[in-house]
Ligand binder design. Structure first.
Ligand code: GLU
Length: 439
């Protein structure tokens, strides 16, 4: 058996944010776990709103998050396939032309609602004969096209939500082709899913309502109905829908704010599941544990604070080999291992490189004590025990001992363990800083 084929299908009409990345991530993890294929499909049939810069940003974000795709498709390259599928549905009587204006449709809806009935389209256009249609077209009306739903209960076994059913008798026949000839996403998506042999459609819960009609479209076009999985939406820490600010927090913003890609992956893979949110050192850990049976039905709680915290913890465990390229020549492995446990952001490591290798102006709190301490600095070579050996002979304890030393040696109130920093700073710089000299 071959592995699953899945797709992430963003519309390049804006920047990716945490909500849509969650769908991308689950698709990618699922494909990797089961030896399948992950397709990036750009749903760019909305020519007005789709922009090349958004497409580029989507690719940059996915690459940064490690969610590399095995194939890329663009809906705008596939228009002839949609035309063919449209013609097939027209020929089989499942797509029919409608001539109502938006105002007429609105009027019909309001009348039904006033009668306390569901605002379902009455299929008036289905009763038009060729002569009536020709007359409307002669009046200058161009049709939009509706998919004729079969009045039945559509059922599917959702990967996340379990057994689902929707009564299509209570739904309006959906418009698949607009009056200007352009296609609705729900239709092009099905044509693509058939042509690309998509086996699993994993997406946000906001698409559950499309699924019944889409299953009928798969069947009407002679395609294989994929397995569906609808992920619950993200909510904020109070359980409310993501606020405008958090909800629109783009992946690019998070990257610019120094958040680690792996932390975003780890958080989005685990919030709202039965597994604990914890830092990982590689995506492999998430691949090995992805399981739709462990995704809860309730909305997943996203918190920016939790993400920032996880990002810091991700750095604390990060092997040097994984950050070397991003750190530059100033931070070698010894320095990395000395400082990583104290970092909030990767760039902070560069500031510590300056403290250790560069020049700083010390902060002098207790000059007499520091001069005395400078005189007692042991001779080199220095190692892991130097700090303890030196400070245990200075006649002070606790904060009174450590605070002035740290301030003088690093010019910082807080930071990585001095035992690790001191040998990296070295005797010459240490002696000068303790005497108040910039070194
Ligand atoms: N372009 C749709 C969206 O961004 C895709 C939905 C789907 O995955 O079927 O919401």
């Amino acid at each position: 058996m071959t592995g699953p084929i899945v797709r992430f299908a963003p519309s390049p009409t804006g920047l990716l944010h945490v909500g849509n990345i969650r769908a991308a991530l689950f698709n990618w993890l699922f494909a990797r776990r089961h030896g399948g294929k992950f397709v990036l499909r750009l749903d760019d049939t909305d020519r007005q709103r789709s922009k090349p810069e958004y497409e580029a940003a989507i690719e940059q974000d996915l690459t940064w998050l490690g969610l590399v795709w095995d194939a890329k498709e663009r809906q705008s390259d596939r228009l002839s396939h949609y035309d063919a599928a449209r013609d097939k549905l027209i020929a089989s009587g499942r797509l029919y032309p409608c001539y109502e204006t938006p105002e007429e449709l609105d009027f019909k809806r309001k009348r039904l609602q006033a009668q306390g009935r569901p605002p379902v389209y009455d299929r008036a256009a289905l009763k038009l004969d060729a002569a009536a249609r020709a007359k409307l077209e002669a009046e200058g009306r161009t049709p939009h096209w509706r998919f004729k739903l079969i009045s039945e209960e559509v059922r599917w076994d959702d990967l996340v939500r379990g057994a689902q059913h929707v009564d299509e008798a209570s739904q309006s026949d959906p418009v698949l082709v607009r009056a200007d000839g352009s296609y609705l996403y729900s239709f092009t998506s099905v044509v693509d899913d058939i042509d690309m042999a998509i086996t699993h459609v994993i997406r946000g819960e906001d698409h559950v309502t499309n699924t019944g009609a889409q299953i009928q479209m798969f069947e009407a076009l002679g395609g294989t109905v994929p397995v569906f999985g609808h992920l619950p939406l993200l909510v904020d820490a109070k359980g409310a829908g993501l606020s405008k600010r958090t909800g629109s927090l783009s992946i690019g913003d998070l990257r610019a704010g120094g958040i680690e890609a792996l932390a975003i992956d780890a958080l989005l893979a685990r919030i709202g599941t039965a597994d604990a949110v914890e830092p990982v050192t590689s995506l492999d850990t998430l691949v090995a544990t992805v399981d739709f049976a462990r995704v809860g039905r309730a909305a997943a709680r996203f918190s920016e604070e939790e993400l920032a915290h996880l990002s810091a913890r991700t750095l604390h465990a990060m092997p040097y080999a994984d950050v070397r390229a991003r750190l530059g020549a100033d931070v070698d492995e010894t320095l990395w291992l000395a400082v990583r446990g104290n970092l909030t952001k990767l760039d902070d490591a560069k500031a510590w490189a300056t403290v250790v290798r560069g020049s700083i102006t010390p902060v002098i709190e207790d000059a007499a004590f520091l001069t005395e301490a400078a005189a007692k600095l042991p001779s080199e070579p220095w190692g892991e025990t130097t700090w303890k050996d030196w400070t245990s002979g200075l006649g002070r304890k606790g904060k009174a001992l450590f605070h002035p030393l740290r301030l003088a040696l690093t010019a910082q109130e807080k930071g990585p363990e001095m035992a690790k920093l001191l040998p990296l700073i070295g005797r010459t710089k240490a002696a000068a800083r303790l005497k108040g000299q910039t070194a």
